[in-house]
Design a protein around this ligand. Structure first.
Ligand code: AHR
Length: 658
């Protein structure tokens, strides 16, 4: 009996010690700010990967509308015409090169022999998403060279039922633009376009487009509304565009050239998308860039979102994971000129060469661009050599522009060390770092920046995401474990906001069928979109970034993940709030007492809780808000409060200060 008692006593002591370990007494002094939180702290990284632009944010429904893909008729089908035989009795479509056009190279010559039998079909980007009752602009250019009197446009559902149609008379022998409207009678996720013809003979056609009128801000050539709304809700401090590796190209000829993406859309030269055949397990041979979403639209989107535009340009090195092609140093000038001209395009008056282009596109006021990035994931001496030349030229002409440099694709190792050493020595302003690592890495590296040199360059955590399996594995999931680990890591970014001034998750978006890379923050199909748990983590940080950094301590030490508890604290001088972020990555509930000095609190506050017991849980099209923040009201004393943190939770406390 005695023995049993002593065992029980030991168990009680062990149990209570264990319980004790879950209690935390934290302190924060709201009057002692250690740094300002830059408004750019939480931003967005946009790249046209996973159909993020064409087929996604850029809502054109017709794929290869301008017949500019490498195989000019890709995306188009003629079911009743056998291209491989002479038996093309009903009619045929042929690609023709313009004799005088510079960027828009091709048009299609359609010959109709049998108007009853001939049809031209476009399947869109994995189908066309159309909504019942909404208006779609149907437009095209044509030169009628025969006896065709009209072109009929029909939208068909997955079973080929007619959902809407319009017939447009074509009355000019010369090139002429036509425009009409179509209103579907049903909502269809994967509709297709069928074109038929009245009369016979030849007709030349180009820029065949079906475009929603209900775009973000109702703009012509505008962006997909639901996707922009998801971005706007994040309150992003900056928008980095257009990538990513897409900036570099697999070869220099395939690099992103911003000048080819501005001006009239039909004059923007189509380019292959470098992600089309990058991964043999996710081949997307029909992935091209129409540049309907080009640099003007990116600047406009940044302005709409209240985000600093942050364009990244080629430094004269193609992707080093592909060819690594180098532009010789003596030929670097045009690349540098592109950077200088871009600054003029964004910031110059309408009387300047490039400012005029912007003004003619509808934005006479400058975009007030402050940042420019040179190179994406470049490494080694060839990068540093080229970067130096850019820096010299930009600093000489535009000393106020802040230049972002890069430290390569990895967060450590030879390339990283070399890049940092060189850039530091040169006095670079901001260095971009990328990390695609395991969830454990994120949890274990929340102290990454605690010992960075405070007098060196600032850090742009420009691309990061926890990979549940391995980097870019097609099996990666946007599950709760990855999001929670990122949240823990982000408290470390925030605690070091004096060094880390810009951060962004990557990649941003993915089409459920058109993707190449996982994980991604936002998923969409042709009609719907949803934010992953990683999205909600970003959103909670972005909408609660605050303005001034504080220190949050336990027993005099900063919390950096001890006992699986991570924390950061800020005040917001605009809202008069004290904002505390607490991340509990353990499987146990934690009880936290917080002593607040330097201010007085009201009698209650708010706590936003993002939590799931199941670390493998995800959001999905069927259950898009399976994991989303829940708001609770908490009682507070004037200088003390007590909260309980659920297992595996991110908690954002918002406390009004008097
Ligand atoms: O985010 C996807 C890719 O990852 C980016 O294009 C590149 O910069 C990085 O390797």
């Amino acid at each position: 009996m005695r023995k049993l008692y002593s065992i029980l006593i030991v168990l009680i002591i062990v149990g209570s010690t264990k319980l004790k370990a879950q209690d935390h007494n934290l302190s924060v002094d709201a009057s002692k700010s250690f740094a300002e939180i830059q408004p750019t702290m939480y931003g967005i990284f946009f790249e046209d990967i996973n159909f993020a632009a064409d087929g996604g944010l850029y809502p054109e429904l017709v794929k290869n509308r301008s017949f500019e893909f490498e195989l000019g008729l890709m995306g188009w089908e003629e079911p009743n015409s056998d291209r491989h035989s002479f038996n093309q009795n009903s009619g045929k479509a042929q690609l023709v090169k313009y004799s005088d056009s510079t960027n828009n190279h091709n048009y299609v010559l359609v010959t109709v022999n049998d108007p009853e039998g001939y049809e031209l079909i476009n399947q869109g980007y994995r189908g066309m998403g159309i909504k019942k009752g909404e208006q779609y602009r149907v437009s095209f250019d044509a030169a009628n060279k025969g006896a065709i009197s009209a072109v009929k446009f029909e939208l068909l559902d997955e079973e080929d039922n007619l959902v809407s149609s319009t017939t447009v008379p074509v009355n000019s022998i010369n090139w002429k633009s036509y425009e009409t409207e179509i209103i579907p009678s049903e909502t269809v996720e994967k509709a297709k376009l069928r074109m038929t013809f009245e009369g016979t003979g030849d007709i030349w056609m180009d820029m065949i487009s079906i475009f929603p009128k209900n775009t973000w801000k109702g703009r012509k050539n505008g962006l997909r509304k639901d996707l922009v709304q998801l971005l706007a809700a994040m309150n992003p401090g900056f928008l980095r565009f257009p990538g990513g590796c897409i900036v570099e190209g697999r070869t220099l000829a395939q690099r992103y050239q911003w000048k080819k993406t501005v001006g009239p859309v039909e004059e923007r030269e189509t380019l292959v998308n470098r992600w089309n055949e990058e991964f043999s397990h996710r081949l997307t041979p029909d992935y091209f860039q129409s540049f309907g979403l080009g640099f003007y639209e990116y600047f406009q989107l940044s302005e709409d979102l209240g985000a600093e535009p942050l364009p990244i340009l080629s430094c004269g090195i193609a992707c080093q994971f592909n060819t690594g092609e180098l532009v010789p140093m003596q030929d670097l000038d045009p690349y540098i000129q592109d950077a200088l001209d871009l600054i003029e395009f964004a910031n110059g008056g309408p009387e300047t060469n490039w400012g005029k282009v912007r003004a003619e596109m509808g934005h006479p006021e400058p975009f007030q661009m402050k940042y420019i990035g040179i190179g994406n994931e470049q490494w080694g001496p060839e990068y540093i050599k080229r970067y130096k030349e850019f820096e010299k030229a930009i600093r000489a002409k535009y000393p106020k522009i802040i230049i972002v440099s890069g430290s390569g694709p990895f967060p450590d190792g030879e390339y990283f060390e070399y890049g940092w050493e060189q850039l530091k020595e040169m006095g670079a302003a901001i260095v971009d770092e990328h990390y695609y690592r395991s969830p454990e890495w994120f949890r274990e590296n929340a102290n990454r920046y605690d010992h960075y040199d405070r007098s060196g360059p600032k850090v742009f955590a420009g691309e990061y995401a926890a990979q549940s399996v391995a980097i870019a594995s097609p099996e990666n999931k946007n599950n709760w474990e990855t999001a929670l680990s990122e949240a823990a890591f982000m408290t470390g970014l925030e605690r070091n906001a004096d060094v880390v001034t810009l951060t962004s998750y990557a990649p941003l978006m993915a089409h459920k069928e058109g993707w190449q890379w996982t994980p991604d923050m936002i998923w969409f199909d042709n009609l719907q979109s949803y934010g992953t748990p990683n999205y909600y983590v970003q959103k909670l940080f972005g909408t609660n970034s605050g303005t001034n950094l504080l220190k949050i301590t336990e027993d005099g030490k900063e919390l950096i993940g001890q006992e699986e508890l991570y924390a950061s604290a800020v005040t917001d001088s605009n809202s008069g709030e004290l904002i505390i972020k607490l991340v509990n990555t353990s499987s146990e509930e934690k009880s936290v007492k917080l002593d607040v000095k330097g201010t007085r609190l009201g009698s209650s506050g708010k706590m936003m809780v993002l939590q799931k017991q199941d670390l493998s849980a995800e959001n999905s099209f069927e259950n898009p808000t399976n994991i989303q923040p829940v708001e609770e009201t908490i009682k507070t004393g004037s200088q003390q409060l007590e909260v309980s943190l659920k297992p595996y939770s991110l908690n954002v406390l918002k406390l009004k200060m008097s």
